[in-house]
Design a protein around this ligand. Structure first.
Ligand code: C2E
Ligand code: CA
Ligand code: CA
Length: 868
């Protein structure tokens, strides 16, 4: 047999099979390439669109975090009693700017480009780039300031800040605004009158770059909306016309560009190989096998990439859900298997340090052991959160919120996956707010909130064991120091007082400041009078020591009210109330003393308090009127002067005389506005009388100490154009008791205005006529008690006679007040007193009746004033 007959067809048969095979392989190759390319493009597309979402999500989150931080920060300034006291009315620029309570550090350290205090009408305080400016906020801000104020004031919860975006100096800025409120328990007034604090955070390129990099964003910046219409990752900033935009990572794009050349290479090689197969059929079959293998490998690579991408997509979804910072995965025994790139940025550790370690070694939770928490996460459960702590690479404790969900396959839970958000700043801000809400910012002492909480807890514990005493302390003489030397000195005094109070007490006692110059000491386990007396002696002694301030010795004192739990009960608010009442009594008893609560004080003080409130309202509502009582020449006929005497038209109690409210007004400083009103009203009325009638107005010693009485009188004289020579001021000798030298200076200054000075109630005090020599008085009024008794015996008459002759010798006009009988008038005439005043001639009369009396006496009509 010819071998060739077998040999020839063999190649052609083989070639036909190989060709078919080659064709099939070629077809498979083309399909493979097309489907691989298609899959690649789809994945790349997916990746890019995920990237857009991720970028937009993190940009928005970065901004949100900045808003939250700014809101927390502004709250710590605006919800603060001290700020309320200095900023609500007229802004205390010294406190805010000079003392840097709201000064340039807000720009230099905290980066706020603008700080403003506004009310409904205008800008009260403006700080731009740390510099004090006089301009209105609208010179900088595009948004309407009044709308901003309105938005803050109409919030249901006034303490919540608001935020918005607006152009500031033409550039987008984050505006945070909050109502300025006290953080103690005083009642809030009308929200429309609250001042508003505004912080402006200009979103400068530097700030944005920093913010962006903290969120793994590249080139976070601002762009005008119309220039980036086709950038879907942008985050628009409301009506500013700008959007926040970060550069896209475009992972799909990168993937395409890294795989396409390889694929193209494979395609070229395979095409060449196929061609070669046709020409070298036998050898090519081997090549075909190889190429097929290669393609399978490349398909496998694509498949792996596909899986990895799916996993990463899933991770991203988890991130988006938990809105967190770094992502982790563990196996079911909590051994860490994956940590995202952000892990290193946040913790400072490299992920290699922790991969393979147990998750519990990294994080701790003080409420639940981590392993227990994980074991409760079952397949059905939703993602759940846990607050954990850990030490970062620098050894600092940080807080994170971990959220986790189980990874499940057919065999059950095979591990856990989740996110960890860093909340260290949030926790710190929360702790700071907590501290601020419980402590007084100036002295660092517990405030009223903390006091109530402490008392409630202590009383709950002590009801059946240890007694407890509450001492309410009020400083004497603090207000004058604060008013005359300024708030910074007042603050120094309060800090020193806080220090001394802490020194006097033991560790388990509590010292709190309630505001102003009011402090409270709670003594634990001490309630006998002898112990408390000893403590109060020590405490008052300590506070009585002069406070040295820049070489000046400042003197203060203290009054203390004491309530004891064993007697006044175990209710915190009741104990405070009783101590407060006892304090009131201590002050009334003369300062620098202490007083124990007794039940009868309650009613007395209650009605006094009520009266005080009424009086405050009365000053506001002008419920006062003046009666006028004439003073006559000693003949009892010719009117020389008229004394203005104040009355209170009380809404329920009718017309009240001055003895019922002047002492209270003096103790509460209300005497100052009341005194000014009396002076003005009297001068205005007296302008309608004949020019030779003098006007007498009573001045209280409290007006000398609480206000600039010379300025007050000058202002009224200028304002009413009442001639100073017609005005007489009646002053009692008590004025000289407190501050002899100061009183003399004031009186000399009053004299220089051209007014006359009369010493009222002469003889009732300690003063002798010798006093009169040193002071610039023009006259004296002998007190009515002497006059009442001159008819009774020679002795009293002799005293009055002595006063008259001495007064005359000193060139003073001598008046007898309280003349009620003809007999008294007769005696005074004989003893040659100059002038008289009393019910006998005329009682104090209202304005209209007095005008009639004056007219009648002037026209010498036979109208007898005694019948009026
Ligand atoms: P005062 O300055 O010694 O005024 C005289 C008081 O004696 C007046 O009482 C007057 O009504 C009363 N009086 C006048 N004639 C007689 C009389 O013949 N017999 C008797 N028994 N009393 C007579 P009033 O109006 O109740 O004022 C009491 C005190 O209240 C005044 O004593 C004065 O110290 C104070 N006061 C009145 N108005 C003012 C005021 O505007 N400012 C201040 N700081 N104190 C005022
Ligand atoms: Ca008088
Ligand atoms: Ca008098």
């Amino acid at each position: 047999m010819d071998i060739s007959t077998y040999a020839i067809p063999l190649p052609s048969r083989q070639s036909a099979v190989t060709r078919r095979l080659a064709f099939a392989v070629g077809l498979l190759f083309v399909v493979g390439v097309i489907s691989a390319a298609g899959a690649l493009f789809t994945i790349a597309n997916h990746l890019d669109s995920d990237d857009v979402h991720e970028t937009q999500f993190y940009s928005a989150r970065a901004l949100e975090n900045r808003i939250t931080a700014s809101k927390n920060y502004i709250t710590s300034y605006a919800y603060w009693t001290t700020a309320f006291e200095h900023l609500s009315g007229e802004v205390d620029v010294g406190w805010a700017y000079t003392d840097q309570n709201m000064g340039k550090t807000l720009f230099t350290t905290d980066g706020y480009d603008g700080v403003f205090v506004l009310d409904r009408e205008h800008t009260k305080y403006a700080l731009v780039k740390g510099q004090l400016v006089k301009s209105d906020i609208s010179a900088y801000l595009q948004a309407s300031a009044s709308a901003l104020v309105d938005q803050v004031q109409t919030q249901s919860d006034l303490t919540k800040p608001i935020s918005t975006y607006s152009l500031f100096e033409g550039w987008p800025a984050l505006i945070t605004a909050s109502a300025i409120l006290p953080n103690d328990e005083r009642p809030l007034g009308d929200p429309k009158t609250t001042s508003v604090l505004v912080f402006v955070d200009k979103l400068t390129p530097t700030k944005l770059r920093k913010l962006g990099s903290a969120y793994g964003l590249t080139n976070l910046t601002l762009a005008l909306d119309e220039t980036i219409t086709d950038s879907p990752q942008k985050v628009p900033l409301d009506s500013t016309g700008y959007s926040l935009i970060a550069e896209l990572e475009r992972p799909g794009h990168h993937l395409l560009w890294s795989l396409l050349p390889i694929l193209a290479g494979v395609l070229v090689v395979l095409t060449l190989l196929t061609a070669f197969l046709f020409r070298h059929a036998l050898r090519s079959s081997r090549y075909v096998d190889t190429s097929f293998d290669a393609m399978q490998r490349s398909n496998k690579a694509l498949e792996d990439a596909n899986h990895a991408l799916e996993a990463s997509e899933e991770r991203f979804r988890a991130v988006a859900e938990a809105a967190s910072d770094w992502i982790w995965e563990t196996d079911r025994r909590l051994v860490i298997t994956y940590l995202s790139g952000r892990f290193s940025a946040v913790t400072g550790f490299s992920d290699r340090q922790w991969l393979g370690q147990n998750f519990e070694e990294l994080l701790q939770c003080d409420t639940t052991p981590l392993s227990l928490w994980f074991s409760k996460l079952t397949e059905e459960s939703h993602a759940s959160d846990l607050r954990c702590t850990y030490r970062d690479q620098s050894g600092q404790t940080r807080y994170c919120r971990v959220s986790a969900r189980p990874i499940v396959d057919k065999s059950g839970v095979i591990g856990y996956r989740g996110t960890a958000s860093d909340i260290t700043d949030e926790v710190a801000a929360h702790a700071q707010i907590q501290h601020l809400s419980m402590h007084d910012a100036l002295t660092g002492l517990p405030n009223r909130n903390k006091l109530s909480r402490f008392l409630e807890e202590a009383l709950l514990l002590n009801e059946h064991s240890m007694p407890l005493s509450v001492l309410m302390i009020d400083l004497d003489n603090f207000k004058p120091i604060n008013d005359s030397l300024g708030h910074p000195v007042g603050d120094v005094v309060l800090q020193e007082v806080a220090h001394r109070l802490r020194d006097c007490t033991r560790e388990h006692d509590l010292v709190a400041r309630l505001g102003g110059d009011e402090f409270v000491v709670v003594l634990n386990g001490m309630d006998t009078h002898s112990e408390i007396d000893k403590f109060c002696t020590r405490l008052i002694g300590s506070l009585h020591q002069p406070i040295d301030h820049e070489g000046h010795a400042l003197h203060i004192g203290a009054s203390v009210g004491v309530a004891v739990s064993r007697r006044q009960g175990y209710i915190a608010s009741e104990l405070i109330r009783c101590a407060d009442i006892a304090l009131y009594q201590a002050k009334a008893d003369g300062k620098n003393t202490w007083c124990y609560f007794e039940s009868h004080m309650s009613d007395q003080i209650q009605s006094r308090r009520q009266m005080e409130d009424d009086l405050r309202l009365a000053v506001k509502n002008h419920e006062f009127l003046l009666h006028y009582q004439p003073r006559y020449k000693v003949d009892g006929k010719e009117i020389v002067s008229v004394e203005a005497l104040v009355r209170w038209q009380h809404p329920t109690q009718g017309l009240l005389g001055p003895d019922l409210f002047i002492p209270l007004a003096e103790q509460t400083d209300l005497i100052v506005p009341l005194g000014r009103w009396v002076l003005r009203e009297a001068c205005e009325t007296a302008l309608t009388w004949p020019h030779d009638v003098l006007l007498s107005v009573n001045l209280s010693p409290a007006q000398f100490t609480h206000s600039d009485v010379v300025e007050d009188v000058r202002e009224v004289l200028v304002g009413t154009r009442f001639p100073a020579s017609r005005l007489e001021l009646e002053i009692t000798e008590n004025v000289m008791l407190n501050d002899t030298e100061g009183a003399l200076n004031t009186m000399n200054a009053l004299k220089q205005l051209g007014v006359r000075l009369n010493m009222d109630d002469f003889g009732t005090g300690y003063s002798s006529l010798g006093y009169l020599r040193a002071y610039p008085f023009d006259g004296i009024k002998i007190d009515k008690r002497f006059i009442a008794s001159i008819g009774n015996g020679e002795n009293d008459r002799a005293v009055v006679q002595a006063i008259i002759s001495l007064g005359k010798a000193m060139g003073l006009t001598v008046t007898a007040e309280g003349v009620e009988t003809e007999e008294q008038l007769g005696i005074l005439g004989k003893d040659e007193c100059h002038e008289v005043q009393g019910y006998l001639m005329s009682r104090p009369l209202d304005k209209t009746t007095f005008a009639k009396l004056l007219k009648a006496s002037r026209f010498e009509q036979q109208l007898d004033p005694r019948v009026l």
